[in-house]
Design a protein around this ligand. Structure first.
Ligand code: AHR
Length: 483
């Protein structure tokens, strides 16, 4: 099987924001993992856990969505500013009814972004908040001159405003964010966005409207029709469940039957149909593609790890998750002309995480390694390919800085696949070749054995007379860069 890469044809740019992450006040998604507090015995910088931050810095997280998720629609930002001992302790009603002490708030979030080198994506509370509360939060974060909120920010130790890049108005407003109908939500969105202050005229805040759940095409159609002129992006949420059933029968993260490997791949690939169909609706109202699709929640969702709090959504992460990550990123790349940002759920300890922590221990998951291996596609130009691919294979080719990077997932459970690539541009050297693979379909890293699944040098790539041949084992993701 061979693919001809059209390297001389201009392709769309793959936005780096496709590699975005999401951290919610949910289980151990923030507390104990990203944020341990300055007095913790776990090494930290200004309360941010150093081992976790250092690992995340290596994958160059471009943007971090916060504070939810469902939590966002119960979050009152004033609870999370000022001296820690005066911060209000609340109950996290969405996630296990645990006490939320608000020790991680706006200042801590921007400190984390600063350490990661990531941009901000904040989700406002329109479910139980007010327009004024939202407007004052934005004033607090972004007002440079004198104002009541900028003075409050300064009193709390931050002189300069922060840069607020992305702002979500509503999260799952069709469900836990208010059970609104799309007509009603569109009006609420229009109202809130009217009072979203834009103090930094050179860097206007990018507005994201709550989009559909999975295949709710009516939602997209209605919001685009009624509010499309007031937004920069519309979100989409889609999770990959092995069985397709919510509740107790989603399927387990490990020790799953073979047919759940197959169904998981099929469901991951469904993202392509969802993006295609939602985009087609958007085309009708926005033929010039001024509005982006923002997939701000995606990833695998399994039954929680046995013995853990069901409200904490803790799950293991196997080579199967690596396949889902690679398949999904490849789909996003193919839709680079519409998908501007995506945020995998969630960055640490929750759902399809990059990192798992236990006490002072930390492990990187197979998904982390895919994000690492795919980095060269960030802000690169997508290269179109023509030809035939073997069954159960998906790939991306992109160019940047005179390099051609090909990433490919062979999610076949048993068969090695051979694929040839040719390119009009001449590349003479394999600069790097990396593989992530495993013998077992549920191979994963544990705190006892943290290195079962990890990147290693890929020996199955050869370049002769301009033809790149890849021999890719089953259950593998590879990335090869040519110069
Ligand atoms: O990511 C976990 C939850 O999934 C989010 O809080 C919510 O938006 C979605 O239902």
């Amino acid at each position: 099987m061979s693919i001809e890469l059209l390297t001389q044809k201009k392709g769309p740019t793959i936005s780096k924001y496709i590699y975005g992450q999401f951290s919610e006040h949910l289980g151990h998604g923030i507390y104990g993992s990203l944020y341990v507090g300055k007095d913790s015995k776990i090494p930290n910088v200004n309360g941010m856990r150093s081992d976790v931050v250092n690992a995340l810095k290596k994958i160059h997280v471009p943007v971090l969505r916060w504070p939810g998720g469902l939590f966002a629609d119960t979050y009152h930002w004033r609870d999370g500013i000022g001296p820690k001992d005066t911060r209000k302790k609340i109950v996290n009603t969405n996630w296990g009814d645990v006490t939320e002490d608000n020790s991680f708030g706006t200042h801590e979030y921007f400190e984390l972004l600063h350490q990661l080198g990531a941009d901000a994506y904040i989700n406002a509370n329109i479910g139980s908040g007010t327009v004024q509360e939202m407007a004052e939060w934005v004033e607090y974060m972004t007002m440079a001159g004198e104002s009541p909120m900028s003075k409050l920010r300064q009193k709390n130790g931050r002189q300069d405003p922060w840069k607020l890049k992305f702002f979500g108005i509503g999260n799952e407003s069709w469900g836990g964010g208010g059970h609104m109908r799309p007509e009603y939500y569109s009006d609420v969105y229009r109202q809130y966005q009217t009072f979203l202050p834009q103090y930094d005229k050179d860097h206007p805040i990018y507005k994201v409207a709550c989009g559909p759940n999975e295949d709710d095409y009516h939602w997209t159609d209605t919001v685009m029709k009624l509010a499309g002129q007031y937004l920069d992006g519309i979100s989409l949420h889609y999770y990959t469940l092995p069985t397709g059933q919510w509740g107790q029968h989603k399927g387990d993260a490990t020790d799953f039957p073979e047919d759940q490997w197959t169904s998981t791949m099929t469901r991951a690939k469904h993202m392509d149909e969802l993006i295609t169909k939602h985009s087609t609706i958007m085309d009708h109202y926005d033929p010039d593609h001024k509005v982006d699709l923002i997939v701000d929640e995606w990833g695998t969702w399994y039954n929680v790890t046995k013995g853990t709090n069901p409200g904490f959504l803790q799950q293991q992460n196997t080579i199967r998750d690596a396949m889902v990550a690679a398949i999904t990123l490849n789909i996003f790349h193919q839709h680079a002309d519409r998908v501007h940002m995506a945020n995998i759920a969630q960055m640490v300890n929750v759902l399809q995480a990059m990192i798992l922590t236990k006490g002072d221990q930390m492990i990187k998951t197979p998904t982390y390694y895919v994000f690492d291996m795919y980095q060269k596609h960030m802000d690169a130009e997508l290269v179109e390919g023509v030809g035939d691919l073997p069954k159960n294979v998906t790939y991306t080719a992109s160019q940047k800085n005179d390099q051609l990077t090909i990433s490919l997932a062979n999610y076949d459970l048993t068969e090695e696949k051979t694929i040839d690539f040719t390119a009009a541009n001449s590349y003479s050297k394999i600069d790097s070749a990396i593989i992530l693979t495993a013998d077992r379909m549920d191979a994963h890293n544990t705190f006892e054995e943290p290195d079962v699944v990890h990147e290693t040098t890929f020996k199955g790539a050869s370049l002769e007379n301009g033809k790149l041949q890849l021999r890719v084992p089953s259950k593998s993701v590879v990335t090869v860069t040519l110069k």
